[in-house]
Design a protein around this ligand. Structure first.
Ligand SMILES: CC(=O)N[C@H]1[C@@H](OP(=O)(O)OP(=O)(O)OC[C@H]2O[C@@H](n3ccc(=O)[nH]c3=O)[C@H](O)[C@@H]2O)O[C@H](CO)[C@@H](O)[C@@H]1O
Length: 371
């Protein structure tokens, strides 16, 4: 059938890979409701819940990352890579994709590698301003590379690059809530300035430490906070808060499902510098203080952050300085309306809209070309 479309989308590990993947799938579905889309993720990772929750089928590969501390454990990792390649082959034979999309994260390596070997047209999407190892290797074999930053020809063949930006969940941009309603949904008041604290999709230890070490300053500030701790840190933080006495101006949660509401409620954000988070701040023009994670490959979050900081479009606090500085800086900034306005205007200039649509068009072009 001429209209038939069968697309594999692979990758995951964290929200930063999964949410763009889902946005691409939604954009394909919006244009071609009959398209068959199969996700391929890594067993036990976040995508195995989040992708079905978004309404798509997913198959898990037994892949995991290399252990940089214990080399012996990597024998198991090598076996898992081999096993994942074998499974990828079977998935391709059964599903017979017309194109494949890799969004980074464990599963996209073996899956896209196998797709290129079997002649399936492939596209990868690099969210960050510094390319990951998997995407660098895959870039030699794939047909199209969608990026969000200038200068990516340092890593990838220039003739394959299309600058599309990072796909952002549409619902998050289209939130219907007013600011008052958004604040109310977090149990917060309309009369106070609000700071949102997020540590990426998994939470961030230093960001959480920065809050805990400055609880007294927070209590006395007259400002209210929405604080996303991340799943892994939530129980211990809740226990500590219970011991130290509740802070009414603090809404604490492990994960925020409605980020549209959280952004709407906030006058300022303190955040890690993950690529999707940054794209969201740009698209909605949100003033932000970035605290890049020092624990990611090639320090790419600092590079993501600097692309904004160098244009006076975001503030920056180094991870090591965050416990001493970030809450203080946030409290100063949130009270300075002129600074908030300037940051909002500057970050908005860096937005790349319609990214999911543009990528979806590229995927469909590849699928049609291959057949
Ligand atoms: C530790 C780590 O490996 N981080 C990487 C990971 O980040 P991480 O998964 O944190 O990704 P991003 O910051 O890019 O995106 C986070 C996404 O989660 C959403 N969100 C966040 C918190 C919450 O409570 N609810 C919620 O829905 C945000 O709105 C955003 O859409 O992938 C990114 C994209 O490759 C990289 O740039 C990051 O360096």
């Amino acid at each position: 059938m001429e209209d038939e479309l069968r697309i594999i989308i692979s990758g995951g590990g964290t929200g930063g890979h999964i949410f763009p993947a889902v946005s691409i799938a939604n954009a394909i579905r919006a244009k071609y409701p009959e398209a068959k889309i199969l996700f391929v993720g890594a067993l036990r990772r976040m995508e195995m819940q989040r992708v079905p929750a978004a309404g798509y089928e997913i198959v898990g590969l037994p892949i995991s990352g290399f252990n940089r501390k214990n080399m012996l454990k990597n024998v198991v990792v090598l076996y898992r890579i081999w096993k994942s390649q074998q499974m990828a082959k079977k998935i391709i034979r059964k599903f017979n994709p017309m194109a494949a999309v890799g969004v980074g994260g464990y599963a996209s390596g073996p899956m896209l590698n196998q797709c290129t070997k079997m002649g399936i047209p492939c596209l990868i999407q690099e969210q960050n301003s510094y390319a990951g190892v998997t995407n660098k290797i895959l870039s030699k074999k794939v047909d199209r590379i969608c990026v969000a930053y200038d200068g990516m020809e340092r890593f990838f063949p220039a003739d394959k690059i299309v600058k599309t930006g990072n796909p952002v969940r549409q619902a998050l941009l289209d939130t219907k809530l007013t600011k008052a309603e958004a604040l109310k949904s977090f149990g917060l008041s309309e009369d106070k300035k609000t700071i949102l604290i997020v540590g990426g999709s998994l939470g961030a230890r230093t960001v959480n430490e920065s809050v805990l070490q400055n609880l007294d300053m927070i209590k006395e500030s007259g400002v209210q906070f929405i604080w996303q701790t991340g799943k892994y840190y939530n129980a211990s933080i809740m226990a500590e808060l219970k011991q130290r006495g509740t802070v009414p101006s603090l809404h604490v949660t492990d994960f925020i499902s409605d980020m549209g509401a959280a952004y709407k409620a906030a006058d300022l954000v303190i955040s890690r510098a993950g690529a999707s988070s940054i794209s969201e701040f740009c698209l909605i023009g949100k003033p932000v203080i970035l605290v890049p994670s020092p624990n990611v490959a090639e320090d790419h979050q600092t590079k993501n952050a600097m692309a904004l900081v160098n244009k006076n479009a975001a503030l920056y606090v180094k991870d090591a300085d965050a416990p001493a500085e970030v809450v203080k800086l946030a409290l100063q900034t949130v009270k300075d309306d002129a600074r908030l306005k300037e940051l909002s205007e500057n970050i908005l200039k860096l937005a790349l809209p319609d990214s999911a649509d543009i990528i979806a068009n590229e995927v469909v072009k590849l699928a049609r070309r291959g057949h």
